[in-house]
Design a protein around this ligand. Structure first.
Ligand SMILES: [Fe+2]
Length: 532
């Protein structure tokens, strides 16, 4: 008798659980749950004009940080309402929290009105067993032909637990963005940190169970929960969701040696899906087996009516191994291109051939259109030459280490005359603001776009000491600051984008103030970053 492969079966059930298939009648499963299992909050994401993903995960902390819930499917009810008091229900239904997916719940609600706020919550029913989640607020995208007057996006990245409190998220809620764009390093795989502000788990994240515990630790944070409950999120990842400096199917260099890196990556990717408000279709390409390197398709594009598009890129999963690392070891290092034979090898890629093709096709399709072209990806786009004066030295983990790939992206933006490109990035734990140049070697060359690479929510960085030298050496950047932590807030209208770099006073303090470190303005059609 033919029996489906266990992973295929799991993925099929994931699709069913997300509501893309009907739950058969009588499929209710309601074991008795003593404690309220909605301890990790709620989230929404991947919005479209008529649809959004609602997320939660049932979790009841066990003695060793595991989940005390029974190893059974649990039926969860959900409600989506027009009002915060849930008196005008727009839709409701039920979904399965499967133990195979860590009792996570992904509901893909369809048939919604565009450009509307909705409120949602989850509940477990049953005799003496009425547990209700916190309520979240979400929003659908404008219709493709709509002309929204404004859009407020927050962009953020890099929230190492041990490095501080997530107070920035609490302040972000008060800034009331329409959506959050998260650009990677949602978790860190490390066992802890020197001079930790908060204690970590004490273990490396390597197995599926490790990664689940790590997400449960982070998602237990009230400030992070508040930010997820406040608005929908768009997400991509960087390296620490798996391992520092990994590249495609090549392991990075930190922590214990793991024999089967593709298996580790598959475990990390599955845990990522389980904890993010992503569509089940993200998983479907993995049907062939993530454990042997099959893709988890995260990248994609959304449109905010005629005002802007946002392409979220995946700069980790498909990239070539790092060029010319020290002694041929995996991981990152600073490299002098003059000493590196493969530095300019056009076969090396950051996005992978297929994603590059997909992106250029999007550019071609948008040729002649107006609006803002937002490109969310995990790292700094413009090169930073760390050597003052003669000679060059670049960090080989960012786009700087994939120069031909970056040039191809810039050339594609120019070729298709893409309207108002804005690169958003993270990874470097410092704020960097600048211009995307046709030729970075020539500071007077044409401006092709602008770049706002954000600081971290908490993750540490070097100080400001070397910043003046770096700015002098790399004049395509107009601003850099390497100490303050927070997020960026972009207010976008058809005429201009203004960006506030929001920073907290002290990530080591539970209660801390927020401030605007600097404010910038880009006028549509001008591709120039102005201060103020
Ligand atoms: Fe980071």
């Amino acid at each position: 008798m033919h029996r489906p492969h266990p992973r295929r079966l799991l993925l099929r059930r994931a699709l069913a659980a997300a509501g893309t298939l009907w739950l058969p009648r009588g499929a209710w499963s309601q074991p008795r749950i003593a404690n309220n299992p909605f301890t990790l909050g709620v989230a929404s994401g991947s919005p479209l004009p008529d649809s959004v993903v609602l997320w939660t995960r049932l979790f009841d902390t066990g003695v060793f940080g595991g989940n005390n819930l029974p190893d059974l499917p649990i039926t969860v009810r959900w409600e989506l309402a027009h009002d915060e008091a849930f008196t005008r229900i727009a839709q409701s239904g039920q979904a399965q929290a499967l133990p195979e997916l860590a009792h996570s719940v992904h509901v893909e609600v369809q048939g919604l009105e565009s450009d509307r706020a909705y409120f949602y919550r989850f509940a477990l029913g049953g005799a003496g067993n009425d547990h209700v989640s916190a309520a979240g607020r979400t929003r659908t995208l404008p219709a493709p032909d709509a002309t929204p007057a404004r859009l407020r996006l927050a962009y953020a990245s890099c929230q190492r637990w041990e490095h501080g409190y997530f107070s920035a998220w609490r302040h972000l809620v008060a800034d009331a963005p329409d959506a959050v764009v998260f650009l990677g390093d949602y978790i860190y795989e490390y066992p802890g940190a020197a001079n930790a502000v908060r204690a970590g788990t004490g273990t490396w994240a390597i197995t599926l169970s490790d990664y689940r515990k790590r997400y449960a630790l982070y998602r237990g944070d009230a400030d992070l929960q508040a930010a997820h409950a406040a608005c929908p999120w768009f997400l991509t990842w960087d390296d620490h969701e798996v391992q520092n400096d990994y590249a495609g199917l090549t392991a990075g260099e930190n922590g214990p040696a793991v024999e089967d890196f593709p298996a580790r990556r598959a475990a990390a990717y599955q845990a990522y899906y389980e904890h993010m408000p992503l569509r089940a279709s993200v998983l479907t390409r993995a049907l062939a087996g993530m454990g042997s390197g099959a893709e988890m398709r995260l990248y994609g594009q959304v449109r905010f009516g005629q005002l802007a598009t946002l392409s979220l890129l995946d700069a980790r999963q498909y990239r070539s191994p790092h060029a010319c690392t020290r002694n041929g070891n995996p991981g990152s290092s600073n490299v002098d291109p003059a000493t590196c034979a493969v530095w300019m090898d056009p076969a090396r890629t950051l996005l992978g051939a297929e994603q590059e093709r997909w992106l250029e096709e999007r550019f071609a399709r948008a040729a002649g259109e107006g609006g803002w072209t937002l490109l969310g990806q995990s790292t700094l786009f413009g090169p930073r030459d760390f050597r003052r004066g003669e000679g060059r030295s670049y960090w080989n983990d960012g786009w700087g280490g994939y120069t031909p790939a970056r040039t191809r992206m810039v050339d594609a933006l120019r070729k298709h005359r893409v309207a108002n490109p804005v690169l958003l990035g993270g990874d470097v734990h410092e704020n960097w603001v600048g211009h995307v140049l046709a030729d970075y070697a020539d500071a007077a060359s044409a401006r092709v776009g602008v770049e706002f690479c954000g600081t971290s929510i908490t993750s540490r960085s070097g100080g400001n000491g070397r910043i003046p030298d770096l700015l002098a050496e790399n004049p395509h950047f107009v601003f850099a600051e390497a100490e303050r932590k927070g997020y960026g807030l972009a207010d976008i209208t058809p005429q201009q984008m203004s960006v506030a770099l929001r920073v907290v006073d002290d990530v080591a303090a539970k209660q801390t103030r927020i401030d605007t470190l600097a404010q910038f303005r880009v006028q549509a059609g001008r591709l120039t970053v102005e201060r103020g």
